[in-house]
Design a protein around this ligand. Structure first.
Ligand code: P1T
Length: 377
């Protein structure tokens, strides 16, 4: 079955009780049991909820995974997956990730005895050199937030598996429409469903998808034990969002390419980060690994003052954190999404005070370009 057919039908069977075509919001905390130990498979809504189950089937199918788990946020999903490792284990973390992912390692997991090394996973030799006898997991984002570095998922999976480590990929920027990490050998895919999967900037959620039965059982156990579940209403919203994922991603991609091309030609801009540009260092890899380039574009304005002028003069684009919604959002990574990364690390990665990030929406692209043009002037 094709992607759009799966997106519209997987998990979306008509409601058994009423025939409702849209999966209802099962807004209940518990379920009546016929007798002690006799029930319909639903006991308590932290453990099972039909709206959440439908979404879990849906996104798992889109990622080509057997198992899926929906969480209260992207960070809750990442935290649940990280609970597969134990005190004394070592994790290799991509040196550029969403600031909150770095913060989880740096300010939370460190206190629980999880060792980690930051590595540029786009450099396979650097990755190979970073393995320790206790390395149990390699966590990558590709393309990275916000400098859009692309990591070769097949190569990373091969090397990591040879060292007995699982590979986790944060697929938030691409969504399963443009990139399916499991097909490249990745073990676990995580998402902030807050972004493209929901797509309308009106829900916060997260997801983990995987094939390994033992790890899936453990993540399900963690989901229920820790309790950071996605609510029935948010599950409904994300389930509605994925039905139009394909059409939205095509539009984000078309507009993203046009905005990146415009910025690349603009005399006031020092550098544009977009894997769809032939000048991007991993353009060929991105073409192989992804079926599109999407709507995330970052650019270097040269200084904080320049960035501030752009950010404060846009009218169609909205200044704000987050990404992946239908509306264009513009942000300043150094003071917003990546403020928790130390300044010297940020500078090394290119997350300078002059860097601006755009989540290109699906408005008429001429309006977005005209808006950026007047703000740059
Ligand atoms: O915000 P939350 O749903 O918890 O997701 C965290 C997260 C995880 N992974 C990636 C790649 C992300 O970009 C995010 C959240 N990012 C933003 C809020 C942002 O503006 O970049």
């Amino acid at each position: 079955m094709g992607f759009s057919t799966t997106a519209i039908h997987a998990g979306n069977e008509p409601d058994a009780a009423t025939g409702a075509v849209s999966v209802p919001i099962y807004q209940t905390s518990t379920y009546a049991q016929e007798a002690l130990g006799k029930h319909k498979g639903f006991e308590y809504a932290r453990t099972q909820n039909p709206t959440r189950s439908a979404l879990e089937k849906n996104i798992a199918a889109l990622e080509g995974a057997k198992y899926g788990f929906a969480f209260a946020s992207g960070m809750a999903a990442i935290d649940a997956v990280l609970r597969l490792v134990k005190a004394g284990d070592h994790v290799i973390l991509g040196d550029n990730t969403y600031g909150g992912t770095f913060r989880l390692f740096d300010k939370v997991l460190r206190d629980y005895g999880i060792e980690f090394s930051l590595v540029d996973t786009s450099d396979i030799h650097a990755l190979e050199a970073a393995f320790l006898p206790n390395t149990k997991m390699v966590f990558v984002e590709t393309p990275t937030n916000p400098v859009m570095t692309v990591t070769d998922l097949a190569a990373v999976s091969e090397v990591s598996h040879a060292h007995g480590a699982r590979v986790v990929c944060d697929n938030t920027f691409m969504s399963p429409y443009f990139q399916r990490p499991i097909e490249h050998g990745v073990d676990i895919v995580v998402h902030s469903t807050t972004k493209y999967l929901n797509g309308h900037s009106d829900s916060v959620g997260g997801f983990a998808a995987l094939n390994d039965e033992t790890d899936a059982e453990r993540i399900g156990f963690i989901q229920n034990s820790v309790g950071a579940i996605l609510s029935p209403f948010d599950s409904f919203l994300v389930l509605r969002g994925t039905k139009t994922l394909a059409v939205r991603m095509k539009a984000h991609d078309e507009n993203g390419r046009a905005v990146a091309a415009f910025l690349a030609e603009h005399p006031a801009i020092v550098k544009v980060y977009y894997p769809g540009l032939a000048s991007h260092p991993q353009h060929e890899l991105a073409k192989r690994q992804q079926s599109g380039f999407g709507g995330m574009v970052s650019f270097e304005t040269g200084s904080f003052d320049n960035a501030k002028k752009v950010l404060e003069n846009v009218k169609v684009c909205t200044l704000g954190e987050s990404l992946g919604g239908v509306e264009t959002l513009i942000s300043h990574p150094a003071t917003m999404t990546h403020a928790s990364v130390p300044a010297e690390k940020r500078d090394k990665l290119g997350i300078t005070d002059g860097l601006v990030r755009i989540s290109v929406g699906i408005e008429d692209v001429e309006d977005i370009i005209q808006d950026l043009d007047q703000a740059l002037k």
